[in-house]
Design a protein around this ligand. Structure first.
Ligand SMILES: Nc1nc2c(ncn2[C@@H]2O[C@H](COP(=O)(O)OP(=O)(O)OP(=O)(O)O)[C@@H](O)[C@H]2O)c(=O)[nH]1
Ligand SMILES: [Zn+2]
Length: 311
């Protein structure tokens, strides 16, 4: 019996890295099922498992430790089955750009809300700072002030010019980190700046990606300096969808949730109810208008049944 971390899932077998650093190809027994999750794969990268070694040097996964979190993708829109992409994330770095392309605060806030629902801490990485005009830089400072104040660490970088990369590397130490963000914000450029020696590997993955591999169950974590891992899985842009009641949406906006304790009604949705402490905080600039607008935007979409499609 040995313990280890699942670092690669090909769909039919797994690579488990043991505590003494060996990488072992593992299979799971046909009857191995997890309680409570209807998933197409019972084990994902990031899972901590126990393995039983075979004489040939391969192994069977015999047990899986409880997960602190996981992210899923629904097998299809109608299906109740879901695919677990990764487990035990310590951090998600959301790469955004003020411009080229523009990342809206609504997108950022929706992402942050779903990350809160999945209990995954997020850091915001503002990339392409080399391109910004004075106005855009001023706007950037405003955003960084806003999100730092709410409790999300912010980084400003230029992945292309290798600026700010050391701070990112420092943050990755000892963590399992997922990178997300709109297409074109520079995720691959950033990952290559972090892992210059993995350049070939990411290239291999994108080739596989083009062949349609993102529709399979393939996923992999790459080791970074200081006992950390980054997940570079093709086609993963964010978290799965989640179901919640209207009055629960505000739980995932940290600062709105804080003020909501003082609303007159316990089930206040902070739209038009009398005695709403959240609306008062917006009027007094304790809560930013953009965050409140994003909150309302999620509620409106839910009414129109669009929310699921938004991811
Ligand atoms: N000026 C500038 N360009 C950058 C920077 N980072 C990335 N780019 C450019 O932006 C474009 C998109 O970068 P990618 O790294 O491919 O973006 P991505 O987020 O991986 O995009 P997808 O693979 O579509 O998800 C490329 O032309 C990069 O060279 C930066 O810091 N500054
Ligand atoms: Zn309220």
């Amino acid at each position: 019996m040995e313990k280890g971390l699942v670092i690669k899932n090909t769909g039919s077998w797994y690579v488990v890295k043991t505590e003494d650093g060996k990488q072992i190809e593992c299979k799971i027994k046909g009857n191995f099922r997890l309680k409570g999750i209807r998933s197409t794969n019972p084990i994902a990268v990031g899972d901590r498992v126990q393995i039983a070694l075979n004489p040939e040097g391969t192994a069977f996964i015999t047990e899986i430790e409880d997960r602190k979190n996981y992210i899923i993708r629904r097998a299809s829109n109608l299906s109740k089955q879901s695919h677990i992409i990764a487990a035990n994330l310590d951090l998600c770095m959301l790469v955004v750009t003020v411009n080229y392309p523009e990342t809206s605060t609504i997108f950022i806030d929706r992402f942050l809300a779903s990350a809160e629902a999945y209990r995954v801490p997020v850091a915001l990485v503002f990339n392409k700072t080399d391109l910004y005009s004075e106005d855009e830089l001023r706007y950037l400072e405003g955003l960084i002030h806003l999100y730092t104040h709410i409790g999300y660490p912010c980084f400003r970088i230029s992945a292309l010019n290798n600026e700010g990369i050391n701070e990112i590397k420092e943050e990755l130490k000892g963590k399992i980190t997922l990178f997300s963000g709109h297409s074109g914000v520079g995720k691959s450029t950033l990952i290559n700046a972090i892992l210059p020696e993995a350049h070939l590997k990411t290239g291999e993955i994108s080739t596989a990606h083009n062949k349609g591999m993102h529709t399979t169950t393939f996923s992999e974590m790459f080791p970074v300096e200081g006992e950390g891992y980054i997940i570079d899985t093709p086609g993963i842009k964010g978290f799965g969808t989640f179901d919640m009641k209207d009055e629960e949406v505000s739980h995932y906006f940290k600062e709105i949730f804080e003020f909501s304790a003082h609303c007159k009604y316990g089930n206040c949705t902070h739209r038009h109810e009398p005695g709403c402490a959240v609306r008062e905080a917006v009027e007094n600039h304790y809560i930013s208008e953009s965050r409140y607008a994003s909150y309302l935007n999620i509620l409106e979409d839910r009414e129109e049944g669009k929310y699921r499609a938004a991811y």
